[in-house]
Design a protein around this ligand. Sequence first.
Ligand SMILES: Cc1cc2nc3c(=O)[nH]c(=O)nc-3n(C[C@H](O)[C@H](O)[C@H](O)COP(=O)(O)OP(=O)(O)OC[C@H]3O[C@@H](n4cnc5c(N)ncnc54)[C@H](O)[C@@H]3O)c2cc1C
Length: 430
Amino acid sequence: MLGSLDSTRREVTIVGAGIAGMLAAYALDKKGYQVTLLESSERAGGLISTRRTAYGIAETAAHSLLTTPAVREFCRELGVELIEVRKGSRARYIVRDGKLKKFPLSIREAADAAFRAAFARAENHADALTLDAWGRKHLGDAALEYLLTPFVRGIYGVQPDELGVAAAFPSLTLAPGATLLGAMLRKSLRRSSSENRQRKDEGKRMVAPLHGMGDLVERLEKRLERNLGDRFRKGVRVDVLPDAPNVLLAVPAYAAANLLEVESPVLSNKLREIEYTPLVSVTVFVSRLSFTKPIKGVGALVAANENRKCLGILFTSSSFEERVFDESRHASFTILFGGTSQPQWVSASDEEIRMAVREELATLLNIEGEPLELVINRWPRAIPRYSVRLPQIWQEARRTWCAQPGRILFGNYTGQVSLRGMIESAAAMG
Ligand SMILES: Cc1cc2nc3c(=O)[nH]c(=O)nc-3n(C[C@H](O)[C@H](O)[C@H](O)COP(=O)(O)OP(=O)(O)OC[C@H]3O[C@@H](n4cnc5c(N)ncnc54)[C@H](O)[C@@H]3O)c2cc1C
């Protein structure tokens, strides 16, 4: 979140009722602010919703989140039941040389990574590094290729040279002269203080709402409808910056750029520079009869040099219960295509995507035959790019429009892409 509230004034106008805008509205309403929430679409939730099919549920965007005390508290207040990844289905795989591997490095490669982690020292300006440069220095080529690259392709749809360490993974930024191992040891020592040990025991676990993310956003939407009444307006596209003591823009960067064009033209131009990565996420339902062997785990991410069509496959119904209605007969997977390496997938036809899904399931998981149903979500602007330049844009925002109390930017480009991060930021407001 960029900027801060003017707490001497109690009215807030929030533009955008995606998850960020609704979280902010919920937190500020609880703290006694008079919140007005404006959303251009007829439904709230933005990217997030859950579709019900004859076989099970399919998420349009976020499907899981990490639990922290703030996440648990928020879900408890809304009455959203969270479920954990099933025991026995927690394995994560990397596809290397066409095979699913739990640990994709050879002993030599792992030894090289450990050596670099222990002895490679960060230089000055380490915070200006791309993840690619950081990874090569502190973990070596193989770990970069087979651990970091599949991970960031699967989450952000990008290559490590398109991400800035300081923007995307601030906890990996090392002080000049520090080693990765030294920083990790210091962090775990700090954690072992008693208060932190307790926090660690509570654990950050991967969870999902029992009835899907749609249930979470619908409950939040209903709660806000009840609390805000006619101050929650849908189907209202905001084209001019609202005139209110506190204004919180919870729209994507390119939409915030339009609203700030007159009042803050330099920031507006900078916000326009934030690129978004295109992604296609496909939830596919298959018959268990098409399995040639049991498939258990959270999912598989694909190394870039495998030349596969997909970026990764989540084993959706294997990891969480209630994703298919008849577990004995059906299973579901979520397959991710596109990213900066293959952006053409957002304009592929349903038939091309269906063929690609069949090929990836057959080649990577030995699942043959026709899928029962596909739910395809094309997102031309799915995830903002956390590039090395993004922190400079945050700085520009803090120096200009957001320097004035009561002027706030909040969304998945302001520091937190994940729901967990946004829930925590909203809870800390006010
Ligand atoms: C395929 C995919 C998978 C993902 N998986 C995960 C995951 O597993 N876990 C996780 O934590 N995160 C995940 N994410 C990220 C997460 O879903 C997003 O970061 C988050 O939903 C973005 O929320 P937002 O409110 O910032 O933006 P949006 O959802 O884009 O909401 C912005 C809202 O503003 C409204 N708006 C825009 N312009 C105006 C205007 N002028 N006037 C009024 N209203 C306006 C829009 O209609 C929209 O409702 C995933 C994302 C994608 C695409």
